[in-house]
Design a protein around this ligand. Sequence first.
Ligand code: FAD
Length: 296
Amino acid sequence: MTPVFFEATVLRSELLTPGMMRMTFGGEPIRHFLGTGVPDEFVRLFFANPATGRVHLPLATADGRWTYPDGGVDALRFGTYTIRHHRPDVGEIDIDIVIHDGGTASAWAQQAVPGTTITMNQPNGLYALPEDAEWQLLAADATGLPAVARILEETPEHIQSRVFIEVAAADHEQELPFHPLANVTWLHRSGNGVAPSRMADVVRSMPLPATPGYIWAAGEQRVVRAIRKFVRQELTLKPERYQLVGYWTHNNEDWKERWNAVPQAVKDAIDASFSSGRDVETVRDEYYATLEKYGL
Ligand SMILES: Cc1cc2nc3c(=O)[nH]c(=O)nc-3n(C[C@H](O)[C@H](O)[C@H](O)COP(=O)(O)OP(=O)(O)OC[C@H]3O[C@@H](n4cnc5c(N)ncnc54)[C@H](O)[C@@H]3O)c2cc1C
């Protein structure tokens, strides 16, 4: 059995497009890698903290939550990445990493050579297509592209998919796995930190079938939040009908500064809400409203 945290070894890397690096990992622990079978499954890659020169890890409790006995949460340096392929027969996984300005993970991917090791954890997945679904709407920027590709690969034949992907430039498009009922639209020079995102408007303007379906979106957190508002407040979909995940934060440094300025009482109230046992989606709505109030 693979431990919670383990070392993976870079076997090779390949530039898929000017904006995406494919890293292939192997080594003994990957031979025992246990995929979840959920197509948007993701792992954390843990990097050394430049201030201490070493990797700090959380402690995973039995219920899967993290505590931070080694230097506190601020000592951790990690990035979250989707498992694009798992080849158990040869003990390999692929992770596709967006190349962007700044960023520990992006810089690491560009300089890692075969033999470089990295600490990662066990995967987790979120996508859950309801059994009665007849269609799905998938919306993502480049960070969600690996998950979209895998979702399409694993989508049952009878499901209609409407897919929107925004990329920094036309040559960042990738060939997606073929699905007979998938209709894919690429948005060029949209979002991804290079231009305002058009994704929320596109999703809003999309006529949706009256039959049961599912909406999955991943990308910059404010963009996904706008989609969430539409899905929750206008479409009034039940939580099992959507999965909307903020994958990254544009201008993260500015976000962190603003977050640090949020009064402690407000942060305590957020923590209390999340452990209150109230409906988690309602608590999330309140949390996002608070973020908006503070310009986050
Ligand atoms: C469940 C999940 C799955 C994910 N899967 C993938 C995946 O398969 N592939 C992937 O590439 N990413 C994926 N991401 C997103 C990835 O974790 C973030 O982009 C992460 O912030 C990158 O870390 P970094 O160290 O490179 O940059 P950070 O140190 O986080 O940020 C440094 C600077 O870069 C900016 N930045 C961060 N990400 C981007 C970006 N994508 N484009 C432009 N600017 C950026 C930040 O705003 C900041 O200014 C996933 C995230 C989640 C939550």
